[in-house]
Write a protein that binds this ligand. Structure first.
Ligand code: IMP
Length: 206
């Protein structure tokens, strides 16, 4: 197990970098954003969230020579056979905005009855190491809910305003950051990643 004194966050998204840095803040690890090291994001050509997260983390690890953390996420809608899935950020086109993607999903779901509007946010969170000697640590999280017929709430981002958490009785856009982190796909995946990383470090020290 390589030492974890400094890691790279393999994302170009400032919001995501802040969130992930926050999740790792208690671990006393120095964190650098890939952009600050002159590393760009590779194309996301994977068919699964795990494949895409690994692709991003491996690239940043090999370019920087440091362990790298990445995530990949999206929403899979039951009535659409799992779409938009890994294409969530590009659902309405390569450079589509969050609003355009959300509007397309509402249109595709217009005739779907309430009982069939189940969906899940998925997140894969990984840490990869430079070279091929050390296996990456991989974790996943799912947040189940239902797609509404229109937007409710004005917080969050992406598909949050139309995603209802039935237990909370709120959409993602009505939740505080803490509330959402406690139940969300990303919160679960990173909690699991930290747990697995802790196990690796302990077994390497034995
Ligand atoms: P990524 O940056 O490649 O992981 O793409 C994630 C895409 O999935 C984003 O553009 C959002 O549209 C959607 N998404 C992922 N997580 C969330 C979330 O927590 N709320 C709302 N939309 C999300």
């Amino acid at each position: 197990m390589p030492t974890l004194k400094k890691i790279v966050l393999a994302s170009g998204n400032a919001g995501k970098i802040r969130e992930i840095a926050e999740l790792f803040s208690e671990l006393e690890i120095e964190i650098a954003a890939q952009g600050d090291l002159g590393i760009e994001s590779p194309e996301e050509t994977g068919k699964t969230f795990v494949e895409n997260a690994l692709l991003k983390a491996r690239y940043a690890a090999d370019m920087s020579g440091l362990p790298a953390v990445a995530d990949d996420s999206g929403i899979s809608v039951d009535a659409l056979g799992g779409l938009p899935g890994v294409r969530s950020a590009r659902y309405a086109g390569e450079n589509a905005s969050d609003d355009e993607n959300l509007d397309l999903l509402l249109r595709e779901m217009a005739d779907v009855p309430d009982d069939d509007r189940g969906a899940g946010f998925h997140c894969a969170a990984v840490i990869a190491f430079p070279g091929d000697e050390v296996d990456p640590v991989v974790a996943e999280g799912v947040w189940r809910g239902r797609i509404l017929h229109q937007r409710v709430g004005d917080g969050g981002f992406g598909y949050d305003p139309i995603f209802l958490d039935e237990a909370a009785g709120k959409t993602g856009a009505q939740m505080s950051r803490e509330e959402k982190n406690a139940v969300s796909h990303r919160g679960k995946a990173f909690a699991e990643l930290k747990r697995k990383l802790g196990e690796r470090i302990v077994s390497a020290e034995r």
